[in-house]
Design a protein around this ligand. Structure first.
Ligand code: SF4
Ligand code: SF4
Length: 282
């Protein structure tokens, strides 16, 4: 909390955690760092984190937000889905020295970005008894579509080891060492036989960002891409492989439209899937 008048100044950098449209799972990853959390609080002062604030305090914190900060490190979860969100993220950017987005919602629009491919009014009418009370944008967009972001951490939810690395790197004044290779790399490292090669199981591992330790293939199921795109994904080959492994054109489109639906890297997928149906042009 803020230093009171007459108190010695707290030398620790301040940390703030913010939420937009999301399920809170990525914030919970910070609370899941049970063994490291106390050590972490010796190095940073957690100054704003409603998820771990008692309800009464959370109300107070929310009311006092204006005029607070600046914060040294802000972790931002969730996507921008309302006009109020779009204003609030501008304010948070202004009061944050280093801003890191955490999770698929914040880095790629989240599952709520499925609205970007449909008419949001249809969803409102289907879900709410009185849709006229809902004020929402037509799209769900990543934080980086609105403000400059210093680092993006992928995953749905994020991986706790990667989160700790990002915070540790910030404290050490260095770049986070989060490798952007694919899930395939993690399969090889843990000695998992490739389920596509061995069994023809459709798997997004070749184009998906590492971080989960390749959990799904280790249990015999294909990766469905919850960590979002890896660096420079070869989508043309991936789409051809998925079609070869039995996925329909529609299923190929759908498998990329999950947690990272608004990811710009995935934008060419519908065209590639259609091209695959017609056969590559000469
Ligand atoms: S990325 Fe996944 S776990 Fe994180 S807030 Fe969004 S839906 Fe929840
Ligand atoms: S879907 Fe892919 S990225 Fe997500 S946990 Fe499974 S293997 Fe990892």
């Amino acid at each position: 909390m803020a230093t009171e008048p007459g108190q010695a100044r707290d030398p620790r950098p301040t940390l703030a955690v913010w939420k937009f449209a999301s399920c809170d799972g990525c914030q919970l990853t910070l609370l899941d760092c049970e063994d490291e959390l106390l050590g972490l609080t010796e190095r940073v002062r957690i100054d704003h984190f409603l998820e771990m604030t008692p309800a009464e305090g959370a109300d107070r914190e929310h009311a006092r937000l204006d005029g607070r900060g600046p914060y040294d490190l802000s972790l931002v979860e969730g996507s921008i889905t309302t006009a109020e969100d779009a204003e609030r993220i501008q304010h948070i950017r202004r009061i944050s020295r280093y801003l890191v987005t955490i999770g698929a919602c914040a880095t790629a629009g989240g599952i709520q970005a499925l609205r970007n491919f449909a008419d949001v009014e249809d969803f409102l009418a289907a879900v709410y008894a009185q849709p006229e009370y809902i004020a929402t944008l037509e799209t769900s967009t990543p934080i980086s579509a609105h403000v400059p972001v210093d680092f993006e951490l992928r995953g749905c939810p994020i991986d706790r080891r990667q989160l700790l690395e990002v915070i540790t790197a910030y404290l050490a004044g260095r770049k986070p060492q989060i490798s952007n290779h694919s899930v395939c790399f993690e399969c090889k490292r843990r000695g998992t036989t490739c389920i596509t090669v061995a069994h023809g199981t459709p798997c997004l591992g070749p184009v998906t960002h590492a971080g989960c330790g390749a959990i799904c293939p280790a249990y015999g199921r294909g990766c469905y891409g919850c960590f979002g795109p890896s660096s420079k994904p070869n989508l043309r080959s991936m789409v051809a492989q998925l079609r070869h492994d039995g996925m329909s054109e529609r299923d190929v489109q759908r498998v990329f439209r999950t947690f990272n639906a608004a990811s710009p890297e995935y934008a060419p997928v519908p065209d590639l899937a259609a091209e695959e149906r017609q056969g590559p042009s000469a």
